[in-house]
Design a protein. Structure first.
Length: 235
């Protein structure tokens, strides 16, 4: 179920936000015992022409990969992918003609995750297609794809772990890392972190439990077995 509400108050000291949403069936609230919800903040800005072009370009790549004619089937593929996103991520139906900027960004994130998960070849690097660099870099780490070229990658620590330290015993959670193929891994080590960042405009993402488990790295709580619980953008 999706409700639309408004932010009515925010306490900067506690960081708590008050949101008011109208829901007519009070008895249903009591019967089902609603306690938690997911909140998506909308800044009210309309989708940009650049976002629309990015989404359409990725859909065209998926269309070609799936064996459909881009000229005649792209709209159908777009509608199918959009329906999948709405079902999996809990969005209401939307149109790229007039949706908000936040929904457009999430749709592009969904399409990029689809491409990374299914090895969809794209005419342009997904680094150039993303509208959310943090989400893109995280997805590359999750799916093991180089964030520069899209080829199979390996986890690259932005900061050296140190000579003589046993990597199997180091708690990697919180350490910034990036996914790079062998070629770009070597380049990063050759030219240095700052030069690599400046050239490609990418940076390390702090590893969380999900990414540590994905790469077989030690976390702060090695007893946590439910590391995939609540994952949305990586599935």
């Amino acid at each position: 179920m999706t409700l639309t509400g408004r932010v009515t108050d925010y306490d900067p000291n506690s960081g708590l936000m008050t949101i008011t949403a109208e829901y007519g069936n009070f008895l249903d609230v009591i019967r089902k015992g609603y306690r938690e919800c997911e909140i998506r903040l909308d800044d009210g800005r309309a989708i940009s022409a650049k976002q629309r072009r990015k989404a359409r370009a990725i859909v065209a790549d998926i269309c070609t990969w799936a064996g459909y004619d881009v000229r005649t089937e792209a709209d159908n593929v777009h509608e199918t992918l959009k329906a999948y996103m709405c079902d999996e991520w809990g969005y209401e139906d939307f149109s790229l003609g007039n949706t908000d900027m936040t929904t457009a960004r999430e749709y592009i994130n969904y399409l990029i995750n689809f491409c990374l998960r299914n090895d969809v070849p794209c005419l342009d690097s997904l680094l150039n297609r993303t509208d959310d660099i943090d989400a893109y870099l995280y997805a590359c780490l999750f799916y093991g794809k180089c964030c520069i070229c899209g080829k199979r990658g390996d986890l690259h620590h932005e900061e050296a772990i140190g000579m003589g330290r046993d990597r199997t015993q180091i708690i990697h959670e919180g350490i910034p890392a990036i996914e790079l193929c062998r070629v770009h891994h070597t380049e990063a080590e050759t030219i240095g972190r700052e030069a690599f960042r400046e050239k490609y405009h990418v940076y390390g993402i702090p590893l969380d439990k999900i990414l540590c488990r994905k790469h077989g790295l030690k976390t702060a709580d090695i007893r946590d077995k439910a590391y995939l619980k609540g994952v949305r953008h990586a599935e």
